[in-house]
Design a protein around this ligand. Structure first.
Ligand code: ARG
Length: 459
């Protein structure tokens, strides 16, 4: 047990207490960020004349050595140390002796851990963003190929009006685009450097906080040292943004599970992304989609946990906040895994265009257009609605579609109908007439796809 703070104590920590308190098993995840932060701190200390240049160089060399050895596996991070900060400092002292003892001048683990977590989170926001962008590229590719793939659009999970596969995927494109914007927004707000805040009240050393902030790629230093060491808002925001990403993925998964079912058969998930049953030989299950849907709960859980952990903590730092790490790490890894797997599943999935189109035809999705036909011929909409309703009833009775009625049958219910009704309610017409921006008509869709392409090139 190597403790940084042993001086004041006369007794060894109880082993169970030590284990309960230690965070090395999980905070070793940001060993790189811890070293990066320490290097910036040391450079600043030397620039301010608090360390000599020789001491600075020794420490920097020692820190680089630790990083190298951890990465090449010769130096193991073990639970002999309480946390990653103790590990790095103890190893530095082992390597370079007394100069190493000066690393922590003007710093507390409170501002150090606040910094490490921010650096780690910043990197991970970048990773999640990259994965989302890849997913958007996949979706856009599928959209481009399916501008004329007709399918039913649903409300209440009842067939409503005909749309296209491009249009349906386009809806998710917008959601994931907003998810990226949310991440960028969080990044901007969190990108202030807490280093130099000390334990809670700053320090008496003449630290140059602007310099460390700049060295570490922050927009500037945070403006209140108490807030700096106890702020976890940005994690709550990130967990919330990640929960929203998962909610979007989960909805999409739910649809894919439905579409992949024996009843719908709109899509077929590739063998590589399906699993079998140990007892039922015919089965090909959409486990990946189900797991992504399932893991959504886990990320929501992290958000709720974090909010609950933070709600009663008096200023400034309290150990409760150590709980932020496992929650956030797990949520980040879960989200990254889910986006990547989901992307793989969607990009290998095949679409049964014939079945989708047939489903749109058989579900009276053109009923609104039949009513609009009457309106265009002078019938008030409410009457038109009633007339088409009666036609639908007739079709249901006979198990046919609106397209299958004869003109005489149409005329029996309303003399306004003429031969051009068939053209007016064809699936193609129904979709292609919807040309307002955001609608599924091919020309409208092409414009949107162009805008999305530009967006992907720029962001
Ligand atoms: N492991 C701690 C955490 O994650 C580091 C900060 C410890 N500071 C302290 N005063 N005990 O929050």
């Amino acid at each position: 047990m190597a403790q940084l703070w042993g001086g004041r104590f006369t007794k060894e920590t109880d082993q169970l207490v030590y284990n309960f308190n230690a965070s090395i098993s999980f905070d070793q995840k940001f060993y790189k960020q811890d070293i990066t932060g320490s290097k910036a701190h040391v450079k600043m200390l030397a620039a301010q004349g608090i360390l000599t240049e020789a001491e600075r160089d020794q420490i920097l060399e020692g820190l680089d050595g630790i990083l190298r050895d951890v990465e090449n596996g010769t130096l193991k991070i073990t639970d002999k140390y309480e946390d990653i900060h103790s590990f790095v400092e103890a190893n530095l002292i082992d390597r370079i002796g007394d100069a190493g003892k000066k690393l922590h001048t003007g710093r507390s683990r409170n501002d150090q851990v606040a910094l490490d977590m921010k650096l780690y989170t910043r990197d991970e926001i970048g990773e999640i963003d990259k994965l989302l962008k890849k997913l958007l590229e996949t979706l856009l590719g599928i959209m481009e190929e399916n501008i004329e793939t007709y399918m039913p659009g649903f409300t209440h999970l009842q067939k409503a009006q005909p749309i296209t596969l491009a249009h349906h995927f386009g809806a998710y494109f917008e959601m994931f685009k907003r998810d990226r914007q949310r991440l960028a927004d969080i990044y901007k707000r969190m990108n202030l450097c807490p280093l130099g805040s000390g334990a809670l009240a700053g320090t008496t050393y003449p630290l140059d906080r602007e310099m460390t902030a700049q060295l570490l790629g922050f927009d500037g230093p945070t403006l209140n040292s108490m807030d700096s060491v106890s702020d976890r808002d940005y994690l709550i925001e990130l967990l919330s943004a990640m929960s929203t990403i998962m909610m979007h993925l989960s909805r999409f998964c739910e649809e894919i599970i439905l579409w992949n079912s024996n009843e719908y058969r709109f899509v077929e998930i590739d063998d590589a992304y399906s699993t079998g049953s140990s007892i039922m030989p015919q089965k090909k299950n959409p486990d990946i989609a189900e797991l992504v849907r399932g893991k959504t709960g886990r990320v929501y859980g992290a958000l709720t946990s974090m909010l609950t952990t933070m709600k009663g903590i008096p200023l400034a730092y309290n150990k409760d906040m150590q709980e932020d790490k496992e929650l956030t790490f797990d949520a980040i890894d879960t989200v990254k895994g889910c986006i990547a797997l989901f992307n793989g599943m969607v990009s290998t999935m095949s679409f049964r265009k014939d079945i989708m189109e047939k489903s749109a035809k058989n579900g009276f999705t053109n009923a609104t257009d039949a009513a609009d036909y009457l309106v265009n011929h002078g019938v008030p909409f409410r009457d038109a609605h009633g007339i088409v309703g009666r036609l639908v009833l007739l079709c249901i009775d006979r198990g046919i579609a609106l397209d299958d009625l004869t003109l005489e049958e149409y005329k029996e219910i309303s003399p306004v109908f003429e031969e051009d009704i068939y053209e007016a309610i064809s699936l193609k017409t129904c979709v292609e007439k919807r040309l307002t921006i955001g609608a599924p008509g091919a020309e409208a869709m092409k414009k949107v796809i162009m805008l999305e392409k530009k967006y992907l090139e720029e962001a």
